[in-house]
Ligand binder design. Structure first.
Ligand SMILES: NC(=O)c1ccc[n+]([C@@H]2O[C@H](COP(=O)([O-])OP(=O)(O)OC[C@H]3O[C@@H](n4cnc5c(N)ncnc54)[C@H](OP(=O)(O)O)[C@@H]3O)[C@@H](O)[C@H]2O)c1
Length: 430
């Protein structure tokens, strides 16, 4: 882009949009020093023109509710989509790309569900579709995978990608409080939405994982083929017991390359307490990956919030403002990336944590251990806790590595025993 002023058309002036405007205002000299160009927020599209705003863009910024004021303005160089949702941004971004305008977005849900066609369209038009802010807010993981680690094959990538879920898991572990108490606290602090489903059921982290898999492997992993398990059923009892065994429970998003097949999922899992990701607490995010040349790399920082996320959006805008050639959107040459080669979930191998609530009578432990043995699950540790007998007795087994189809079959058999009083609890151990 050769002009000395880069005009932005911004859709959305909420948390992230306001953060972006603040940074552009405060760091204006710095941006000019790096770009030799000024960034100008020319037009802002919102839903409600009368809503009070906590940032005051410059006097000549126009507010609108009309998409055409963004798309039809030939002076607008880059469309910045910070509205959220799916249908409106899909329409806005598609039309912007069709008209040859580059786009910056923070919208992981849209990129997870409609990324393939949007990237194909951007490639066909030779324009940019950048999305650093869509995964882990201020952490520069998109650029890192696309550029800095481009020469590496990524063996594994494990992320704490949802700050709300991580805050809940950290508080439950440190304060001994139950899930619903901590969720209410997270909502009070503004970390969790009134409807927290996307965060606590692992869906938001899954959207981000789809984006990361595309960048790390150049393959499209359909959202519906990811294993997605949330934290809403995680019990304080298991968190405390895991702690006694030397583990922390975290909601992890993980992809592993198993001889060319990808295994991807989001699940609560036990991590040894000296694991570097076990130390990531509160609303922070982190990504630990293993490249075949670089070895382990970890990125840590704020995964949400106005300024951290605005910082990532601004980085994309500046990168596009510098680009004269065709932008590098996915990091791969194909306009349409291939579908991921996926390892079936039942063939994945982990170590496991099991808790059974059983009647306190002789032979129970031997019966459970027998079923595990029949399914090739080798037991590493067993603990039995004394509780009020009428509530049943918890027995916890930690296993060595076992394939998921064996685990599922063993659980099916064990839960049918008459001495089993509640559905078995199961977590992967990383
Ligand atoms: N919040 C974070 O920390 C964070 C972090 C990473 C990524 N993101 C992503 O960033 C995006 C924006 O999030 P946010 O938290 O900033 O959202 P937000 O606070 O809810 O703000 C949304 C903004 O978009 C406008 N808007 C929504 N739908 C619209 C429509 N149909 N037409 C015109 N304007 C519309 C709203 O207008 P009004 O103001 O008039 O209502 C509001 O200004 C989302 O995709 C989110 O997933 C957010």
């Amino acid at each position: 882009m050769n002009n000395t002023v880069i005009n932005l058309g911004l859709a959305g002036l909420g948390t992230v949009g306001s953060g972006l405007v603040k940074i552009i205002q405060e760091n204006n000299d710095w941006i000019v020093r790096r770009l030799g160009k000024t960034l100008k927020v020319k037009t802002i599209m919102v839903r409600d023109l009368d809503k009070p705003r906590n940032v005051v863009p410059s006097a000549d910024t126009t507010f609108t509710t009309s998409i055409e004021d963004l798309l039809g303005d030939p002076q607008i160089d880059i469309i910045v989509e910070l509205a959220g949702g799916i249908e409106f941004p899909r329409q806005l971004i598609t039309q912007a790309l069709e008209r040859g305008k580059s786009v910056v977005t923070a919208n992981k849900a849209l990129l997870a569900e409609h990324g393939p066609e949007l990237f194909e369209l951007a490639a066909a038009k030779g324009v940019g579709l950048y999305y650093e802010a869509s995964v882990a807010g201020g952490i520069p993981i998109v650029q890192t995978l696309k550029e800095s680690l481009a020469g590496n094959r990524i063996k594994t990538l494990t992320g704490i990608l949802n700050g709300t879920a991580n805050f809940i898991m950290s508080e439950m572990s440190e304060k001994g409080e139950d899930f619903s108490t901590v969720l209410a606290k997270a909502q009070d602090k503004g970390y969790a939405e009134a409807d927290p489903t996307l965060d606590i059921e692992g869906i938001d982290a899954a959207h981000k994982l789809v984006v990361l898999i595309r960048l790390a492997y150049g393959q499209d992993f359909p959202l519906e083929r990811l294993i997605i398990e949330g934290i809403s059923k995680v019990d304080q009892f298991d968190i405390s017991l895991a702690r006694e065994f030397g583990y922390r429970v975290k909601l992890l998003a993980q992809v592993r390359d198993k001889s060319g097949l990808l295994q991807g999922g989001v699940y609560p899992a036990l991590l040894r307490q000296d694991h570097i990701l076990a130390k990531v607490d509160g609303p922070f995010n982190a990504i630990l990956l293993e490249g075949n040349a670089v070895g382990p790399v970890m990125l840590y920082g704020q995964g949400a919030g106005d300024l951290p996320t605005g910082s990532a959006v601004l980085a994309d805008i500046m990168a596009l403002a510098r680009t004269d050639s065709a932008p590098n959107n996915t990091g791969f040459l194909e306009a349409r990336l291939p579908q991921a080669q996926i390892l079936a979930p039942e063939r994945t191998v982990f170590r496991h944590y099991f808790r059974f609530t059983v009647l306190d009578r002789p032979g129970v432990m031997a019966s459970i251990a027998g079923v595990m043995g029949e399914h090739n699950i080798s037991i590493a540790q067993v603990v039995q806790r004394q509780c009020a007998p009428e509530a049943g007795v918890p027995i916890v087994f930690l296993s060595h590595s076992a394939q998921m189809n064996n685990v599922s079959a063993a659980l099916e058999t064990i839960k049918k025993f008459s001495f089993v009083l509640a559905p078995p609890v199961h977590y992967r151990i990383i």
